[in-house]
Design a protein around this ligand. Structure first.
Ligand code: FMN
Length: 404
């Protein structure tokens, strides 16, 4: 073998160094390739109490884990030799055109995770042409959001109050903020026990531990933002006089029944979605009460522990009621492949909670943009290799849930 001196210019032609990005946030986010990467960034930048509030579930967190495990067990059965030169992820949802088959689920206290809060999340959703559901427990009001995000497809999530006048006031506010779709969450008859929050002292009212306090001091960026912006308030209850404990007791009404759902149906002429249903007899009652869609959910494993992943319920619900009503699903979605699975098994739409909150905590609105981009890229990749070029081509035969 003949040897020669290495020629640096030949090496230079072969190796191209990555350009250094001077803006730290842009650099960090551009390197995040998965929602798990965003989660790790979020964990570094957010105080433990707030991070655990997002990540945690109720009791032993069995359901929280089940939601995630379901998707790990899915197997795909791909088509080959199909024209996948153009992939279309768009669809129609309650009369609105959307560019992607997932939206952002309601999450309370969003400004506690990052000061950019609901406005950042809604604005990222508007750019991507997907819906965002503002929570009753939001830290930005409906009117503020409508002013800040002019072209957003903003829905509103309601808890039915004991005090019907208050519920009516929410409906009036929603109407005047241009909200067309109301989501009634029905899986919170009372607050649940989230043990991470109890341990961290992130309870109502807060009883912060010294450890939690000291940890907050190490998240300097978060602390600076928190102390130099408007204090955190529940936007919907700015005029509420009483303790936060009183507030949650009067809000989560354990006396609600399907009669109250019928009452709401009469009062609200826009779209009505029921969120948190897990049984087919309840689906039947909800359809009979006149809802426009059923959102299968276990609240991201934050309410009744040991309930199943909504994905496990989906096939039976579709076979029984699929001709009558649309189903949405959420819980444990951390990848575009998970969304593809949900759509293939018959969901009209999927929703994510923590996935976008990790983006928000990792880098404000740019972080939420990144979360959307990651999910979109993963969906495209999955569909290319499944041989499906549109959402209509995502059919149940593409999925084989594994039994082990
Ligand atoms: C931090 C946090 C706050 C939430 N707050 C609400 C809420 O105010 N109202 C509601 O209906 N659901 C709420 N949820 C549940 C979500 O809407 C959604 O059902 C759940 O997050 C989906 O699971 P995933 O986080 O695994 O995607 C919350 C979830 C999280 C993580």
């Amino acid at each position: 073998m003949q040897r020669r001196f290495p020629r640096p210019w030949e090496i230079r032609r072969l190796v191209k160094f990555r350009k250094f990005i001077w803006n730290g946030k842009v650099r960090r986010l551009s390197r995040a390739m998965t929602i798990e990467d965003l989660r790790k960034l979020a964990k570094k930048r957010t105080p433990k109490g707030q991070f655990d509030y997002v990540e945690g579930g109720s009791e032993a967190e069995i359901t929280l884990q089940r939601n995630l495990d379901y998707f790990q067990k899915v197997q795909f059965s791909p088509h080959v030799l199909r024209d996948i030169s153009a992939i279309d992820l768009s669809s129609q949802l309650l009369g609105e055109a959307t560019d992607l088959p997932f939206g952002f689920a309601p999450t309370g206290y969003t400004r506690m995770m990052h000061v950019a809060g609901e406005v950042a999340v809604s604005s990222a959703a508007a750019k991507a042409k997907i819906p965002y559901v503002l929570s009753t427990m939001g830290t930005t009001s409906m009117s503020e959001l409508a002013n800040e995000v002019k072209h957003g497809n903003n829905w509103f999530q309601l808890y039915l109050w004991k005090d019907r006048e208050k519920s009516l006031k929410f409906l009036a506010d929603a109407r005047s903020a241009g909200v067309e779709t109301l989501v009634l969450t029905v899986d919170v008859p009372r607050t649940s026990r989230r043990l991470r929050d109890v341990r961290n002292g992130l309870t109502i009212p807060p009883t912060i531990t010294l450890k939690t306090f000291l940890n907050t001091l190490t998240r300097f960026g978060w602390l600076k933002d928190f102390l130099s912006t408007e204090p955190l308030t529940f936007a919907s209850f700015a005029d509420y006089h009483g303790t936060i404990a009183d507030l949650s007791n009067s809000m989560f009404d354990p006396t609600n029944t399907f009669e109250d759902l019928k009452w709401l149906r009469n009062e609200w002429s826009g779209n009505l979605v029921i969120k948190g249903v897990q049984r087919s007899d309840d689906v039947r009652k909800a359809i009979d009460a006149g809802v426009n869609a059923v959102w299968l959910s276990n609240h991201g494993g934050r309410q009744l522990d040991r309930s199943p992943s909504p994905m496990e319920l989906l096939p039976e619900m579709i076979s029984r009621f699929g001709e009558e009503i649309d189903f949405y699903v959420d819980g444990g979605i951390t990848s575009g492949a998970d969304i593809v699975t949900a759509i293939a098994l018959g969901a009209k739409y999927a929703f994510v909670g923590r996935a976008y909150l990790y983006g928000l905590m990792a880098g404000g609105e740019a972080g939420v943009d990144r979360a959307i981009e990651i999910l979109r890229t993963e969906m495209m990749q999955t569909m290319i290799f499944l041989g499906a070029s549109s959402l209509q081509e995502l059919t149940p035969d593409l999925i084989h849930p594994r039994s082990h």
